[in-house]
Design a binder for this molecule. Structure first.
Ligand SMILES: *[C@@H]1O[C@H](CO)[C@@H](O)[C@H](O)[C@H]1NC(C)=O
Length: 697
């Protein structure tokens, strides 16, 4: 049977010889997928930094390229007809199916022919478009086995977005060189017809699935929005929800899947609900005085935000805060408006105390082994608190990041000193209490850490800066922290549009580069530049002078959102499902086996009855075809989702279409943001006043 032979061909693609054969095929797939994405995105970032960015700015982009790249609109009749059928009638129509079948048959014949002719002995090399060695010679991929062809296709996809690919003919690799996305879509049709309509034996069905997933990798799961911005009338997530054998239903769209699987209802609790004890706090006017406040945490901007909120909460009583900063990085202070005051009151840097920066991105030596023990750290913190003149005489400690530091500090400070407010702001990163714990302490210290948590849990003065952090803390350690958002009170600037364009906020993701490249291609096609890309830090006043700001989130919660919101600058964000490509941080997760305290980890909650784990889907990384609704569930707790009056785009093309929104509409949105911000502020300052009264009372 021909369908079956498709599986046979891909048995060769997915199964490998030698030691790798021991590895389950899906594990292997995951590994390739990861390696692929990392190399492809690093290359993309590099291309953006060197030259492509310039060609973008100088308008050298070929207006025909967006269509040729995204839609395979490159003169080949097959792709025109296939795209037309696919977009109009969907993957399960006879029209689409028969074309896919013919193409797939040609591909199988080609691969079989290759094999018979000894074509996999390494003699065939495929030039990679648009990539050169420093000496000007090209890059080639040697074809030694069947999957090398797919590799060449995946590569070609990236080259086509950044380089000028050679004019592949309709014959090259059965026409797939001209249209890598077509390779994934043709195979999707074959896979789906099988899944829905035929009774393949289990192992053959699984082979089909695995080869489909392999084609999906780097062609459709990348950070850029290839299919979303194209005219294929399908997004990669529309495909992803059908890529399994377990769920017998076909969902034309991701949205159909979500509508069919309503997750447990969200509980958006007020801070009063999560801190019942607040009623016992005597509200009283503080005496006019200076409050010595130690701000503890590596993230300077968070500390400044906490300082501004605390100051605002007590300012009417004539109380002034004198701040001392602890463990903040110097480099984070660059470019900050208040960096001068922070720098002059910085008592000790992170490195000076801990001996190494916390993360590699902050300059940590990769080869450095964890060298601290929990008991050693608690002892050192206690001794430091005894010796440091400021900390010793502080009226108040406000601790934020990393969260484990606040637990240790809580344990180290003597009762008399322990006037500690903790702001859990793990940014919704999945290890939450254990973010960046591994490199300082290592796995064997986790148990000792968990022993300190019950005492910390008793503290009433803990709040979370985002709902997702609050909910993750609850899931991880059974701690309910009231949600009290960051207010960005240190920013006075407000929306004052004077520039004609949208500002695309600088993205720290490597994936930002390909997204922006597609955006520029579509702009060229539209012959209109609507967007400026922020390439270096900008003052708040400059940001507020653009019509609106667009952002790609890189973690579930970021201060940049609070900042731009506070300025009431209209804000464009990716909508679901596009946002899933960006918002989950792909953290390394080395402490998984001990991610929850032993007691929490024991009883497995029965499926369906409770909330899903935020760990599992994040371990799966960019395998969007797994944990389909867990992602959706947790997204709903992110600030990106919850803040009202945000604007959304489903693709680069959609953003450009929406960028022409009228000035009046933008002003109305800005006003609505401003009044929502005022509400947030009232509520959050109410918390701060109560918490400070409880701490100091
Ligand atoms: C896109 O696909 C849907 C089915 O998912 C179909 O109803 C719609 O008509 C298509 N749109 C276009 C423009 O062909």
């Amino acid at each position: 049977m021909v369908w079956h032979s498709a599986a046979r061909v891909f048995a060769g693609l997915a199964g490998v010889s030698g030691a790798e054969a021991e590895e389950p095929a899906l594990e292997l797939l995951a590994r390739w997928q990861h390696e692929w994405r990392v190399t492809a995105e690093l290359e993309a970032q590099h291309a953006l930094e060197t030259g492509v960015a310039n060609s973008m700015e100088s308008g050298e982009i070929d207006p025909g390229r967006a269509g040729a790249f995204l839609d395979c609109d490159n003169g080949d009749l097959f792709w025109q007809r296939f795209r037309d059928a696919f977009s109009r009638t969907g993957p399960l129509s006879p029209e689409t199916g028969s074309m896919a079948y013919v193409k797939w048959k040609a591909w199988e014949d080609f691969v079989d022919g290759m094999e018979e002719a000894g074509g996999f002995d390494g003699r065939v090399v495929v030039p990679l478009a648009g990539e050169w060695h420093a000496d000007g010679s090209g890059y080639f991929t040697q074809v030694r086995e069947k999957r090398d062809w797919v590799t060449a296709l995946q590569k070609s996809q990236w080259q086509a977005v950044f380089g000028k690919p050679p004019a592949w003919s309709s014959d090259n690799l059965v026409g797939f060189m001209q249209c890598p996305v077509g390779f994934a879509l043709v195979q999707y049709v074959i896979f789906l017809v099988h899944k829905m309509r035929s009774n393949l034996p289990e192992d053959a069905a699984r082979l089909n699935l695995e080869s489909m997933l392999f084609a999906f990798v780097s062609i459709l799961d990348s950070h850029f929005d290839h299919s979303e911005s194209s005219n294929w009338n399908v997004s990669s997530f529309d495909l992803a929800v059908n890529l399994n054998l377990e769920d017998p239903k076909f969902y034309p769209r991701y949205a159909d899947f979500i509508a069919d699987h309503a997750p447990p209802e969200l509980r958006l609790r007020s801070w009063q609900e999560d801190w019942p004890g607040h009623r016992m706090v005597q509200s009283r006017r503080l005496e006019e005085r200076i409050l010595r406040t130690a701000l503890v945490g590596e993230h300077g901007p968070s500390n400044l935000d906490n300082l501004a909120s605390a100051s605002a909460a007590v300012s009417s009583s004539g109380v002034r805060l004198e701040a001392g900063h602890f463990f903040t990085y110097m480099w984070q202070l660059r470019g900050l408006a208040d960096s001068g005051s922070l720098r002059s009151s910085l008592r000790i840097t992170w490195d000076a105390f801990w001996g190494q920066p916390l993360t590699e991105s902050a300059g940590r030596d990769k080869s450095a082994q964890p060298s601290w023990t929990i008991s050693g750290a608690v002892w050192a913190l206690r001794e430091f608190a005894r010796r440091d003149v400021f900390l010793r005489s502080s009226d108040l400690v406000i601790c934020s990041e990393p969260l484990w530091l606040c637990v240790l500090l809580h344990s180290a400070l003597e009762a008399r000193q322990r006037i500690q407010l903790t702001r859990a702001s793990a940014a919704g990163r999945v290890m939450c209490l254990l973010v960046d714990f591994d490199q300082v302490f290592g796995l064997q210290e986790v148990d000792a850490f968990w022993e300190l948590v019950p005492a910390f849990k008793q503290t009433e003065l803990l709040s979370a800066t985002s709902r997702i952090t609050a909910e993750m803390l609850d899931w991880q350690a059974g701690i309910r922290a009231p949600y009290v958002p960051c207010l960005s009170l240190h920013i006075d600037t407000r929306y004052q549009p004077s520039k004609p364009k949208l500002l695309f906020f600088r993205s720290s993701l490597p994936g930002g580069a390909p997204f922006l490249r597609v955006l520029r291609l579509i702009e060229a096609e539209m012959r209109q530049q609507l967007v400026d890309i922020m390439m270096k830090p900008m003052s708040f006043a400059e940001i507020a002078s653009f019509r609106a700001v667009a952002m790609l989130p890189h973690i579930p919660n970021a201060l940049r959102l609070a900042d731009v919101y506070a300025m009431a600058v209209p804000l464009f964000l990716p909508s679901e499902p596009l946002i899933h490509k960006f918002v989950w941080p792909d953290d390394p997760l080395p402490l998984l086996s001990k991610a929850r305290p032993p007691r929490m980890a024991e009883p497995k909650p029965s499926a369906g009855s409770s909330r899903p784990s935020p760990l599992d889907f994040q371990i799966a990384g960019r395998r969007f075809y797994q944990f389909r609704w867990e992602r959706h569930y947790w997204l709903q707790y992110t600030e990106w989702w919850l803040r009202p009056h945000l604007l959304h785009f489903s693709s680069a093309r959609d953003l450009l279409e929406k960028a022409t929104i009228s000035d009046e509409a933008l002003l109305r949105i800005s006003d609505a943001m401003r009044s929502h911000q005022a509400q947030l502020q009232m509520d959050a300052l109410d918390y701060w006043q109560t918490a400070l009264a409880a701490a100091l009372g």
